[in-house]
Design a protein around this ligand. Structure first.
Ligand SMILES: Nc1ncnc2c1ncn2[C@@H]1O[C@H](COP(=O)(O)OP(=O)(O)OP(=O)(O)O)[C@@H](O)[C@H]1O
Ligand SMILES: [Mg+2]
Length: 501
């Protein structure tokens, strides 16, 4: 026989009143603390548990005080004003984080009369995972913010630009003078000559040193994202843009320096916008019609021949002239042979310091071997070669035997064997000889850039796509697999040593 349903659960008013009293009981058993504020945010009632949590000594009266005076950063006043409940929120109360609910209170006519705040934390075991996740995220955010600030500071000083040759002393002197003048600087030079190093040093020696140094690499960011990256996004600029302003690198660098790396790879469309910033000091974020003025010093760098690009219609002439006010040409390593000994000394010291090992040197014969090589990858390549050489050196000094990875010395025109002495049998079909030379050059470029294809393509004066085509054609792709641009040079070097061994 079925049990009879109590009459009072068939009537909606009864159900409501029963549910209300059941919920209130549950609520009462759940909360850790409760506080009520009036319409203007003054505390009208607070329970003892809450007082104990905030360490209120009981001597003075809390009632009537503005809520923020007793509970810093409380949002109860906002809830009492807006009438919008905030059902679950994580709130910092002193040194602990608690889960709270804020509920607006209304009189019988529906008029807002205040708000009730309750702390739900300790009794709600189910919320613990969310709270601890929140705390982990909060800690990660703090450390990411710290890292970001550190990343926005200069990593190098002029003292780290090593060189005693005339060419090195001259460029350092020019860069020092450029640092003192608050003007746009253009750093030109082959890959690995120290453009990034000098950009940092210029910022560090300038009057903007205490402000941010922000870097943008125009070659590493896809064209469709670069504009937002540089100039920022206004709320609702596109679907998914959200309703918050996303600052661009120009805004982040406000008051400081923007290091515009690989400026030669800047898409033509954006070049006009960049020119306007340089001329007017104003930026226009994506999707907005507002202009913001910024105070940014631009230090641009490229290893490409900008003038030739202008002539070929690949780079705007007006932007080129605007950037080119203070050009600094970094000399390639082969033009400053005098610097090899001191560079080796300094680089070997840094490598040993990083690895926590004793410092090694290069023997005179070893230096002689290094001096014969043209260093297409410049100081970066020298760094890589020294690092590789160290892996097979047990003694104190690196000699020619440790530099076997360097291709044989380039034969100069004056030492070419006269044709009469050259047996005809060694003559190859021109297309075979050309292919062999191309293969060797590609290999050299990849060795010089520790396998980074973008840099190697730059060295060879071809696009990355063309390099891929050639690697495929010569069956070299498996020897130089994609490691992703984020792989550090040292990791590549180890792989490269294996390949060269
Ligand atoms: N004169 C120098 N003294 C000491 N270290 C140097 C010098 N020049 C370059 N280096 C080092 O060589 C490496 C490459 O330098 P950097 O990244 O500044 O070159 P880059 O000109 O920006 O090259 P790319 O065009 O490929 O970006 C860095 O590790 C840098 O510290
Ligand atoms: Mg660079």
């Amino acid at each position: 026989m079925s049990r009879e349903i109590p009459v009072r659960l068939t009537n909606e008013a009864d159900v409501r009143s029963l549910a209300t009293s059941a919920l209130l009981k549950l609520f009462d058993s759940l909360y850790e603390g409760a506080v009520v504020v009036d319409r203007v945010g003054r505390i009208t009632w607070i329970n003892d548990k809450y007082k104990a949590l905030i360490g209120w000594n009981g001597a003075e009266s809390i009632e009537g005080r503005p809520v923020e005076e007793v509970i810093p950063n409380s949002r109860l006043r906002a809830v009492a004003e807006s009438g919008q409940a905030e059902m679950l929120d994580i709130f910092t109360l002193g040194s602990r984080q608690v889960v709270v609910s804020r509920i607006p209170l209304r009189d019988d006519n529906g008029t807002l009369i205040g708000a009730l705040g309750v702390i739900l934390y300790d009794r709600l075991q189910a919320l613990r995972p969310i709270v601890s996740k929140f705390q982990t995220m909060q800690a990660e955010l703090v450390s990411a913010r710290r890292e970001l600030t550190e990343n926005r500071q200069a990593k190098y000083r002029f003292s780290q630009f090593i060189g005693v040759s005339k060419a090195a002393r001259e460029i350092k002197e020019q860069a020092r003078r450029a640092a003192a003048r608050d003007m746009t600087v253009l750093l030109l030079g082959e890959t690995g000559t120290g453009k990034e190093l000098l950009a940092h040093a210029i910022h560090a020696a300038s009057k903007r040193a205490d402000s941010a140094l922000v870097r943008v690499n125009a070659a590493a960011i896809p064209e469709n994202l670069l504009e937002a990256e540089l100039f920022g996004v206004e709320p609702g600029a596109y679907t998914g843009a959200g309703n918050r302003i996303r600052p661009g690198k120009f805004q982040l660098a406000d008051g400081g320096t923007l290091f515009l790396d690989e400026v030669g790879d800047m898409p033509l469309g954006l070049q006009a916008k960049l020119l306007r910033v340089l001329q007017e000091g104003e930026i226009e974020p994506l999707g907005g019609n507002r202009m913001y003025s910024v105070d940014v010093r631009v230090v641009a760098a490229t290893s490409r021949d900008l003038k030739a690009m202008v002539d070929a219609g690949e780079f705007r002439a007006d932007l080129y002239y605007r950037l080119n006010v203070l050009p600094l040409r970094l000399p390639p390593l082969r033009e400053r042979g005098d610097d090899l000994p001191i560079l080796c000394e300094s680089l070997l010291e840094s490598i040993a310091e990083r690895a926590g090992e004793t410092v090694k040197t290069v023997s005179p014969a070893g230096l002689q071997r290094l001096a014969e090589y043209p260093w297409p990858g410049n100081v970066r390549e020298l760094q890589n070669v020294l690092q590789q050489a160290l892996t097979c050196c047990d003694g104190h000094a690196l000699g020619p035997e440790h530099f076997g990875m360097l291709p044989a010395a380039v034969v100069s025109a004056s030492t070419l064997t006269p044709l009469a002495n050259n047996p005809a049998g060694s003559v190859r079909l021109l297309r075979e000889a050309a292919a062999a030379a191309e293969h060797a050059e590609i290999f050299k470029a990849l060795a010089a850039t520790a396998g980074v294809k973008l840099h190697a393509a730059k060295l060879l004066g071809i696009s990355r796509t063309q390099l891929y085509e050639k690697l495929t054609a010569y069956g070299m792709l498996s020897a130089f697999p994609d490691a992703g641009d984020s792989v550090r040079d040292s990791e590549r070097t180890v792989k490269l040593v294996d390949r060269l061994a």
